[in-house]
Ligand binder design. Structure first.
Ligand SMILES: Cc1cc2nc3c(=O)[nH]c(=O)nc-3n(C[C@H](O)[C@H](O)[C@H](O)COP(=O)(O)O)c2cc1C
Length: 324
């Protein structure tokens, strides 16, 4: 292997190491990477798809989009120009993206790169301090670069959103196949490097909108703290169509929104049971005046001062790379 080849390979491996920290549905990390010369291929790993919770693969594809965006951020910060071809082969729909190194560029986006390791889903209630309008506008603009729109659930929609979230919870909890899947991904074997551990989940607590129940047996290990989500804002990322390419774009916009959130000293937790459960997705759709297709809801807020949100495990980079 020439020096140039090994440097290219190291660059791409280090970008995969950054993408390893990407958030994913139930921390399933449903992706595989393959390095071919100066190209990195991202594939959906269907063996990690949630068959009952995510039968269409929407959340899988959104998660792959988040990982793809993390790779782009890592390469840009290191001064690499990357050409990205998404869903390049209609005959091979699991080939999510081909990323080709195309020479040097001025390093960009150090703040987002730095946020990758610091970002964690924070399920604790946020403070009463409001998130600024300017910040929401910034997320609106950045999402639109991916063709993804941000709608905010207005104050006067909160009661109906609360009902929608509660209904999603009931339907989810009443579905044995979904509950079996939840149990599987919240009780992973030691060393699996994936799944949602009890230490990252908070018990039910007084807050504006209920979050997904990860541990119906009450095994949550994270103290909720004194917040009540008073200043939290609820944002919905939506697209005009509802194809895998829209899900992928949503994932990229979601990654950008989450990294911007962390870089700005704010915190977030995705809320997607309202989207995964078809009846709640319909309710949400109506709540948004039938705007396009809701893909992801995000609770964004000012964290209550205290300990940083806990880290969640990840698989080793070597387990995510298919060797030639
Ligand atoms: C597409 C997607 C959907 C998610 N849905 C939820 C959700 O409904 N509720 C929740 O608390 N977390 C949700 N998450 C957060 C994941 O559970 C979390 O990213 C994962 O456990 C890894 O933890 P980390 O974000 O702290 O690294 C979602 C993440 C993604 C990417």
């Amino acid at each position: 292997m020439s020096d140039r080849t090994s440097t290219t390979e190291e660059t791409l491996r280090s970008a995969v190491a950054a993408a390893r920290l990407a958030p994913s549905i139930f921390n399933t990390q449903p992706w595989r990477w393959q390095i071919r010369d100066n190209t990195l291929e991202l594939r959906a790993d269907r063996s990690r798809q949630l068959a009952a919770t995510d039968p269409d693969g929407r959340m899988l594809m959104i998660s792959c989009g988040v990982a793809l965006h993390h790779v782009r951020v890592a390469l840009a910060a290191e001064g690499h120009q990357a050409l990205v071809d998404t869903l390049p082969d209609a005959e091979d729909p699991d080939l999510v993206a081909r990323i080709t190194l195309a020479g040097a560029a001025a390093p960009a986006g150090a703040r987002l790169r730095e946020a990758i390791a610091r970002r964690h889903t924070d399920r604790r209630p946020f403070a009463d301090t409001p998130v600024s309008e300017a910040f929401v506008d910034q997320l609106r603009t950045s999402s639109e670069t991916y063709g993804v729109y941000v709608a905010e659930l207005a104050r006067d929609s909160m009661v109906r959103f609360q009902v929608t979230a509660a209904r999603a919870g009931e339907l989810d909890e009443g579905d044995p196949a979904r509950q079996a899947e939840l149990l599987e991904w919240t009780h992973r074997p030691t060393g699996s490097g994936d799944g949602v551990p009890p230490a990252t989940a908070v018990p039910a607590t007084p807050r504006k909108i209920p979050l997904r129940t990860f541990f119906p047996d009450g095994a949550e290990g994270l103290l909720p703290g004194p917040g009540h989500d008073g200043g939290a804002r609820y944002l919905v990322l939506w697209t005009t169509d509802d194809e895998p390419s829209d899900w992928l774009a949503t994932g990229q916009a979601m990654s950008l929104a989450l990294l911007e959130t962390t870089a700005s000293g704010l915190a977030a937790s995705p809320m997607t049971d309202v989207i995964e459960v078809p009846a709640s997705r319909m309710l949400l759709h109506r709540l948004l005046d039938n705007l396009g297709h809701a893909q992801v809801a995000l609770r964004v807020g000012v964290p209550v001062a205290g300990e940083a949100a806990p880290e969640t495990p990840r698989r080793a980079v070597a387990e995510m790379i298919t060797e030639k």
